[in-house]
Design a protein around this ligand. Structure first.
Ligand code: GDP
Ligand code: IMO
Ligand code: MG
Length: 450
């Protein structure tokens, strides 16, 4: 046991909590989003007490399929359908309250119950107003052909308000309505000066928010202290990343990114957790690649195979209903995001979508101006010009939907998984073979056996 010297010179042992070994599990998107994080969180929620969102807002769309019933979550952690889990919306999340209530109502109608007892919202989280969403649309329109293809959910404008210190927080709303009113009026006045076309009925909005304040008050807490004491009490905490590393504002394909840190750093800042409490970091990797919105995508397929992936994979955005762009798995991307996020294991999703292919390509290197590069380009221009080096693997031409164990997988499917595991040097723990809760192979704690 270590010791510390007190101011009076006395030496006392530093007490080590029995629960210091209790670590938080994190689920993060390893590509451009929609990897299947919702399904993985639902799977891991069974062994968790608390499921948290740490960043993003209702730009996210996470699907969970239980007994054929589909639930989609945007602001709510996907763990909310698990009766034994408490759900936390952390300080790093930006919350559109009308959207949140709509989401609660929609999921209640599908059978989600008793959420009032199990949902906690951070007093430090920032509010997304309708005006932010309008600004999102106007800014996109102003950019014209250079638009980013945002979800128009007001994410960028809200994080901008936060960064310029004009944001309004949940704590302002439930704490002192007069102060809230002042902040809200300043925000709308400033925006209407910049965007005279904005439509806002300030008085009606204030009335609406007076009602929301009463409704959410019982749910609001200092989630930082709450999480720390629950971790010390031995409670199992699971963090559900939203968006994905390639959309991260620092590490993604800037400016074609979202406005938060959707990589590991966002877990610490978005919940107030120190790095030392983080244990497993599960990187969710789709067996091919998709992207919604604009921006470079080196392995994109604009041919028949791209269409096949889109159709077989039902690749349509959960939030915006836009058709997702599809392409081969790009391991250069995943290796880069693994470096940033430090995945301790991989969950490979949607392997079943490749069932009908004779051969499958995987991007394993980039060349620029004919020369191999050993870094991931930060420049959009460079990334748009890379030539991808592929390996080609044989397909398995059979359905793996019913497979539940590693040994039952066709040899060529095993070879595909192993080549990913070997390239990344990270164990592939789970393999998704269908959208349902049970459609997953757990390869065990160790790497898939060679
Ligand atoms: P998220 O944003 O990362 O949670 O992912 P989305 O929910 O936006 O998109 C993933 C889609 O793939 C959803 O429709 C899931 O139901 C579905 N899905 C997840 N895992 C699998 C899988 O292993 N196989 C198949 N066929 N579908 C999957
Ligand atoms: P989940 O959590 C896929 C993309 C948008 C756009 C860019 C910026 O479901 O994986 P924003 O509205 O955030 O300012 O848009 O980021 N984007 C996502 N794409 N899945 C997501 O979330 C996304 N969240 C944002 O399409 O290109
Ligand atoms: Mg999604």
């Amino acid at each position: 046991m270590s010791s510390q010297t007190m101011l009076n010179g006395e030496v006392t042992p530093v007490k080590k909590s029995r629960k210091d070994s209790n670590k938080v599990t994190v689920v993060l998107g390893a590509q451009w989003g929609d990897e299947g994080k919702g399904k993985v969180v639902d799977l891991l929620a069974v062994d968790s007490d608390i499921v948290c969102r740490c960043q993003g807002g209702n730009n996210a769309g996470h699907t969970v399929v239980v007994d054929g019933r589909e639930f989609d979550f945007h602001l709510l952690p996907s763990g909310i359908i698990n009766q034994k889990c408490t759900s936390v919306i952390g300080n790093g999340v930006v919350i559109h309250l009308p959207g949140l209530f709509e989401e609660l109502k929609k999921n209640e109608a599908k059978g989600m119950s008793d959420w009032q007892r199990r949902l906690i919202i951070s007093d430090r989280a920032h509010l997304v107003f309708d005006i932010h969403q309008q600004v999102d649309g106007l800014q996109e329109a102003e950019k014209g052909k250079n638009s980013l293809g945002t979800t128009k959910k007001g994410i960028g404008p809200t994080y901008s308000s936060k960064a310029t210190r004009n944001g309004v927080r949940i704590g302002d709303l439930i704490g002192d309505f007069e102060l809230f009113e002042e902040k809200f009026r300043t925000l709308t006045t400033n925006y209407t000066k910049i965007f005279p076309d904005i439509q806002v009925d300030t008085e009606a909005e204030l009335q609406r928010y007076r009602k929301y304040a009463e409704e959410i008050k019982p749910l609001v807490k200092d989630t930082v202290s709450y999480l720390h004491s629950e971790i010390l009490n031995g409670k199992k905490v699971l963090v559900e990343g939203a968006n994905a590393a390639m959309l991260d504002i620092d590490f993604g394909t800037y400016p074609y990114v979202t406005s938060s840190n959707c990589s590991i750093g966002g877990v610490c800042t978005g919940l107030g957790l120190p790095p030392k409490v983080i244990g497993s970091v599960l990187g969710v990797v789709k067996a091919y690649t998709t992207r919604v919105g604009d921006g470079p995508f080196p392995t994109e397929l604009s041919d028949e195979t791209g269409r096949l992936l889109q159709e077989r994979g039902h690749e349509v955005g959960v939030t915006t209903k836009r058709v997702r762009r599809c392409g081969w798995l790009d391991l250069v991307v995943v290796r880069y995001t693994a470096m940033v996020n430090g995945y301790t294991s991989i969950c490979l999703t949607k392997l079943d979508i490749l069932d009908t292919l004779d051969s499958i390509k995987v991007g394993v290197g980039y060349k620029l101006n004919g020369k191999k590069i050993d870094y991931f380009p930060s420049s959009i221009k460079e990334l748009s010009n890379v030539e991808v080096e592929y390996i080609t693997l044989p397909g398995w031409n059979s359905s793996i939907e019913a497979v539940r164990t590693w040994t039952e997988l066709p040899e060529n499917a095993k070879a595909y998984v192993l080549s990913i595991q070997n390239f990344l040097q990270i164990p592939v723990r789970y393999i998704g073979v269908g959208p349902g809760r049970d459609s997953i192979i757990d390869a065990g704690e160790c790497s898939c056996p060679e």
